[in-house]
Design a protein around this ligand. Structure first.
Ligand code: HEM
Length: 262
């Protein structure tokens, strides 16, 4: 499901990317039109969360937060630091957090659900649907697995990992990238990128075509390199007997390191 060839050619994935990107452009245009400042950091968290939620849980599990406020707070939880304190308390002070939750539940009439609860509800709603295309989302893929049967709790836990891993990383990388592009010394890059993008036919967008744009490719790669959301190298130990990776033989017990931006 994460292979680029799959992502670029599967209509459900390309459609969700195009739809949510149009939502982002619409939200930015509206905010600019109303004359206020645009909080790109928050908006990109909404965008990334909408894309990843739909990719993970399918069309019925989308947060759709750029156009609908119902689950906007779920998207914003990834961005706002006060939520981080709450999450740390959930881990280190579970008893106190449960009491706090109960008090909030009693005091507030409209309780807003958190990321964990959202993930659980989304899995439940996919479970209720008839799955026609196992590859529609990660949830439908796990539920249709013929080799193994996974419990809903297992699926929810696994998918939460993807939901959380994909949102912050994407949103933070895009925020830094846009900030860098907006700096005066990079106006020429922004201009060249704009010219390249304007050549795309916006009525029939093809992701394979977008993937071939050289300036966009260079800008994204440079963004990932300079503003790496996970900057450290990730070591892996080659198992007994060694392995051939990308036509290179790696002997056992070697620790190859890979950078997330390549
Ligand atoms: C700029 C965007 C992103 C960056 C920089 C990034 C970076 C990384 C890195 C460095 C790792 C650790 C890899 C390792 O252990 O060797 C990782 C793991 C992971 N990422 Fe991303 N990621 C990004 C976007 C995404 C997206 C969009 C998704 C999902 C839709 C995602 C899902 C995951 C998952 C599920 C893992 C754990 C894989 C495992 O179990 O080993 N990431 N990511």
């Amino acid at each position: 499901m994460y292979k680029k060839t799959f992502l670029l050619t599967k209509p459900t994935v390309t459609d969700l990317l195009v739809k949510n990107t149009r939502n982002l452009i619409g939200a930015i245009t509206k905010a600019v039109g109303s004359g206020g400042a645009v909080d790109v950091f928050l908006m990109l968290h909404q965008y990334a969360t909408d894309v990843i939620a739909e990719f993970t849980y399918g069309p019925h599990g989308s947060t759709n937060s750029l156009v609908d406020t119902t689950y906007r707070h779920v998207a914003e939880q990834f961005a706002l630091s006060d939520r981080r304190v709450y999450q740390l308390c959930q881990i280190h002070l579970p008893f106190v957090t449960k009491i706090y939750d109960r008090i909030v539940r009693v005091l507030s009439s409209k309780r807003k659900i958190g990321v964990f609860e959202y993930g659980w509800q989304a899995v439940q709603s996919v479970r209720k649907e008839k799955i026609t295309d196992p590859e529609e989302s990660l949830a439908s893929l796990m539920m249709s697995s013929r080799n193994e049967t996974f419990s809903d709790a297992y699926i929810a836990s696994e998918l939460l990992d993807h939901f959380i891993a994909g949102s912050d990383t994407t949103a933070n990388t895009l925020t830094y990238l846009l900030h860098e592009l907006s700096r005066p010394q990079n106006h020429s890059v922004q201009h060249r990128l704009h010219q390249e993008i304007m050549l795309i036919n916006s009525n029939s967008i093809s992701l394979s075509e977008i993937d071939k744009l050289p300036i966009l490719d260079a800008v994204v790669r440079e963004g990932l390199r300079v503003f790496s959301a996970i900057p450290f190298l990730e070591p892996r130990e080659v198992p007994a007997g060694g392995r051939i990776i990308n036509n290179y033989f790696l002997p056992e017990q070697v620790f190859p390191l890979s950078q997330s931006n390549v």
